[in-house]
Design a protein around this ligand. Sequence first.
Ligand code: DC
Length: 230
Amino acid sequence: MGKITVAIDGYSSTGKSTIAKQLAKALNYIYVDTGAMYRAVTLYAIQHNYVGDQEDIAGLVNDLPDIKLKFVPNKALEISEMHLNGKNVEREIRNMEVSSHVSKVATIPEVRHKLVEMQQQMDTEKGIVMDGRDIGTVVFPDAELKLFMTASPEARATRRYKELLERGEVVSYEEVLENVQKRDFIDSTRKTSPLRKADDAIEFDNSDMGLAEQFERVFDYTKRIIAEKS
Ligand code: DC
């Protein structure tokens, strides 16, 4: 059976990665969370004071060749974890501090250039599900299946808030909602490859849809496209 490339884009906290992970598992494909890559560069920038009170974007750009990112499989958890310069940062990159700076870092054209190049090199043999903001428009414009996920800001903030609480983070719902809305704005108005739906992407609003139903629908689209291709 022929393998395809699946590009999943959409707003923050629309559940892209949950669906992408499930789909990759069901198809026995590779799953790549590109947000983790932008988050890891952001963590580096925070650690080196390149973002925050004393911003130094030129310093960050200058350091880009020294920023080594790697997805390392964790067999027990059945996920790949992000390693930044040899250190597992999977947990740290999901905290609110990183979330509050990541959209800014993702506007830097040199950062995008480096990460897009790495992402394109991951799809040498198809059989990949990649999620992010510019996968269907920039990284894999020829992907056979493109999904664009949306949901109301409130539905997304509620999901994200629950996730953060479960992980023991001290945050308020209002703070999370504000972060979601701010990221939507920066991600969709930036100059370099802004978040937008590719013309040939299927729009998927999951505000009122449970996980099982979402997966069933996405899996149906995928099977149909794979069958057409074979
Ligand atoms: O998917 P996420 O919420 O973990 O992504 C974090 C941020 O990274 C998001 O606010 C925008 C940026 N990003 C991007 O610009 N392009 C991508 N392909 C993936 C993420």
